[in-house]
Design a protein around this ligand. Structure first.
Ligand SMILES: N[C@@H](CCC(=O)N[C@@H](CS)C(=O)NCC(=O)O)C(=O)O
Length: 255
């Protein structure tokens, strides 16, 4: 039997996408949760070419990156497929998945570290079902209390400054308009979720863990898709952002 090991970080949205795609296919796997930032060193130590999650080992063979993983899973088990067989539909799903990975995915990542710095104890909510390694072997309470250096590094690595977070929040409204449009066009949001559904849905699911963002976006079709695909998504961050920074999220474009 094929042995699959998934490398993840608690709360990581692309890792959640990999997890949801494995579950969707019914492929059994073992999940290894790593602490953020430290994960960069641990991923290299595990022999991966890059230092990010998600990554999987399939019988020891290494596949890294959510888009490589979706393709690998279709090879591993063809049904249910993550990409349509019709070439035109497949191209649309691949383009939506690319946008989800290369453009949309960084938005929730950038704002998350800014908010978690202000609500340090909310980090515990992402650790709800995490393995012991994600807390560096410490009880959750201690891991959160000593997380200052990791938070500071994550903020630096993701450029989570006031200016960037404010402009990122301003881009999230148009990005969600695009997700709503992709749903209206039938590229994503159908009965049979594809790789772009999982990729994009995971970023929306992470956005929904922010109390004030959830309140601003939950009427959108995009949020409905995330609720359907990720009912188990962990995490809850108390209201964090100045209300004028959230204004651009509140007015969905007509699709
Ligand atoms: N775009 C990549 C994700 C790469 C990525 O930035 N992953 C984050 C977790 S969401 C990570 O490994 N962070 C660790 C760090 O930055 O130290 C993919 O979809 O596979």
């Amino acid at each position: 039997m094929t042995e699959v090991k998934l490398y993840s970080i608690p709360g990581s949205h692309p890792a959640a996408a990999a997890r949801a795609m494995l579950d969707h296919k019914g492929i059994a796997y073992r999940r290894v949760d790593l602490p953020p930032v430290v994960s960069r060193v641990l991923m290299r130590a595990a022999g991966f070419p890059g230092n990010r999650v998600p990554a999987i080992k399939v019988d020891g063979r290494k596949v890294q990156g959510s888009r490589n993983i979706s393709r690998e899973l279709d090879v591993l088990r063809a049904d249910p497929p993550l990409f349509p067989s019709d070439p035109q539909q497949r191209a649309a799903v691949e383009e939506a998945e690319r946008w989800g990975d290369e453009e949309f995915q960084q938005m929730p990542r950038t704002i998350s570290w800014w908010a978690l710095k202000r609500h340090k104890s909310d980090q515990a909510s992402f650790l709800a079902d995490a393995g012991p390694m994600a807390r560096l072997g410490m009880p959750t309470r201690i891991a959160v209390a000593t997380s200052g250096p990791i938070l500071r590094l994550a903020i630096r690595l993701n450029d989570s400054t006031d200016d960037t977070v404010r402009s990122t929040l301003a881009s999230i409204g148009p990005a969600l308009d695009k997700v709503d449009r992709l749903i209206a066009e039938g590229v994503i949001g159908g009965d049979a979720p594809n790789a772009a559904d999982f990729q994009i849905g995971a970023s929306v699911a992470l956005l929904r863990t922010f109390e004030d963002i959830r309140e601003a976006i939950d009427d959108r079709p995009a949020a409905g898709m995330a609720r359907r695909l990720y009912p188990w998504y962990p995490g809850h961050v108390h209201a964090s952002f100045p209300s004028e920074w959230l204004a651009p999220l509140r007015t969905p474009a007509a699709v």
